[in-house]
Design a protein around this ligand. Structure first.
Ligand code: ADP
Ligand code: MG
Length: 323
């Protein structure tokens, strides 16, 4: 069982940023609106995620760390209409298999909380403890028991930069959640959670970009698009600033890339890419998120329609700017 967990863990957890992603997604699924991410040494030796979400009942904790245990799917139908970020029930089991974890959690309204220790997939203790409502997840020493995998990690600085990018994307796509990010005890990002995406963009990308934005809003039938796109003047030489999120997930899609790039074509030189920060809400029946284990890529059932709508919405937005 332990060996299976260690092997399978590679799929979900290939680096510290993947741990942070899974834990923050869990906090979001738990309806937290304040999330703190703290890391040391690029997240290799220390990752702590604190949230004010629903918490986990003491009796549910060991179950949550079992592979393929999720509280988010109850039937086969749920598999297709799932709207929470996690649904495979793999993350906690995978992370616990290759690190040392301390979990402290309390559900809303319960008198005492719980403290749970698990190392290398082995439960160490579960006890009652006084603590605030919500969940704190402390992970230490990733891959301490799989040295071969540890060798594939990059420098602390590079791993930290992956995590920083990730937290920034989480923050900008969830402006209703207040995010704090600390790297080696230094506060790197703090968003208010007041719902204003533009404010988060300002915090992350700076004034130059925040002052060159065009708002986007579209809603019809199965699709809602909101957020901001940059004026062509702030285009750059790579796609790093072309961000979009589908039902809360940071996802790559060639159809969406193409629609964005085609819309900007009349205004930018070749090989220049715009700034975008767009939130897509698409009926989950029209998405298949099971394409890739880390859920980074999706398929759409109505590719052409999505392309056409996005292209039209962005083209119109860019045309308006010229008037
Ligand atoms: P999944 O998110 O796919 O359900 P995970 O392994 O990530 O699987 O988590 C297992 C379960 O642990 C979740 O279904 C949820 O019930 C519980 N859980 C994990 N993190 C939190 C959290 N921060 N707050 C509340 N519950 C959590
Ligand atoms: Mg999860």
């Amino acid at each position: 069982q332990n060996t299976i967990n260690k092997i399978a863990a590679g799929e979900v957890v290939e680096r510290p940023a993947a741990v942070v992603k899974e834990l923050v997604e869990n906090s979001i699924d738990a309806k937290a609106n304040v999330i703190t991410v703290e890391i040391k040494e690029g997240g290799i030796s220390f990752i702590r995620i604190t949230d004010n979400g629903t918490g986990i009942e003491k009796s549910e904790i060991p179950i949550a760390f079992k592979r393929h245990s999720t509280s988010k799917i109850r039937s086969v139908e749920d598999l297709i209409t799932v709207s929470s970020l996690g649904f495979r029930g793999e993350a906690l089991a995978s992370i616990a298999a290759v690190s040392q974890i301390e979990l402290v959690t309390k559900t809303n309204g319960s008198l005492t909380g719980s403290r749970y220790l698990i190392e290398g997939g082995e439960e160490k203790s579960l006890e009652e403890i006084g603590c605030p409502e919500g969940t704190t997840f402390l992970m230490r020493n990733l891959f301490y028991n799989t040295p071969a995998r540890r060798k594939f990690l990059k420098s602390s600085m590079t791993e930290a930069s992956y995590i920083s990018d990730l937290v920034e994307r989480m923050a900008v796509s969830h402006p209703n959640i207040s995010f704090k990010f600390l790297n080696n005890n230094q506060l790197k990002l703090h968003t208010s959670g007041n719902g204003q995406m533009k404010e988060v963009i300002y915090h992350i990308y700076g004034r130059e970009i925040a002052s060159q934005l065009l708002p986007v809003f579209f809603e019809d039938g199965f699709l809602k698009i909101s957020g901001f796109i940059g004026k062509p003047i702030i285009s750059r030489g790579n796609r790093n600033y072309m961000n979009y999120f589908i039902n809360g997930r940071y996802i790559k899609s060639s159809v969406i890339n193409k629609a964005i790039e085609e819309a900007y074509k009349p205004y930018t030189m070749a090989h220049r890419y715009p700034f975008t920060c767009l939130l897509f809400e698409i009926e989950s029946e029209r998405i298949d998120v099971n394409v890739h284990p880390t859920k980074m890529e999706v398929r759409f059932t109505h590719q052409e329609e999505l392309f056409r709508i996005l292209y039209d919405v962005l083209s119109e937005c860019l045309r308006q700017r010229e008037l």
